[in-house]
Design a protein around this ligand. Structure first.
Ligand SMILES: [Zn+2]
Length: 148
């Protein structure tokens, strides 16, 4: 859809460090980019993945059965890859999509050193959170792609 950040990103994934980590005919998996409609970040929480339907969909309930099945498979594979290649001890999953209506499932890894008070929505407020710029994100994406 014209004007949609995610639809336009899918046309040119070169803006996302590490590019596509996994994909099929319905879903594209990549790392959270540094440039979003909210602004440009120098670094992002490492391992925060976004799983996005190729089709512009604004509610989980709009996914076809095949798209939903792909999303579930990709969430399982992404979670397993974060545990094997990034050292996550647990992976949270959430669809928020308040800022960008095109749904995207976030996978958020919790690392063994993460203090409890920073779990879930405050992971990137943890002062020692593993943050990375484009090079670190691209390197992690390569490790995830190798095991995804
Ligand atoms: Zn869209």
């Amino acid at each position: 859809m014209s004007g949609c950040f995610i639809c336009e990103k899918h046309l040119d994934m070169s803006s996302v460090p590490g590019g596509v980590i996994a994909e099929d005919e319905h879903i594209v998996v990549s790392h959270l980019p540094l440039v979003t409609p909210q602004g440009t970040a120098e670094s992002v929480y490492l391992g925060r993945l976004v799983l996005e339907p190729r089709r512009h969909v604004e509610d989980l309930g709009e996914l076809t059965d095949d798209q939903a099945a792909s999303l579930g498979r990709m969430a399982a594979r992404g979670s397993a890859a974060l545990r094997r290649a990034a050292g996550a001890e647990h992976v949270y999953a959430a669809v928020i999509s308040d800022a960008i209506p095109h749904i995207h499932l976030h996978l958020l890894p919790r690392y063994p050193a993460t203090p409890r008070e920073y779990w879930w929505v405050r992971l990137d407020e943890w002062p020692d959170a593993p943050m990375g710029g484009a090079d670190e994100v691209a390197e992690l994406a390569e490790r995830l792609r190798a095991v995804a």
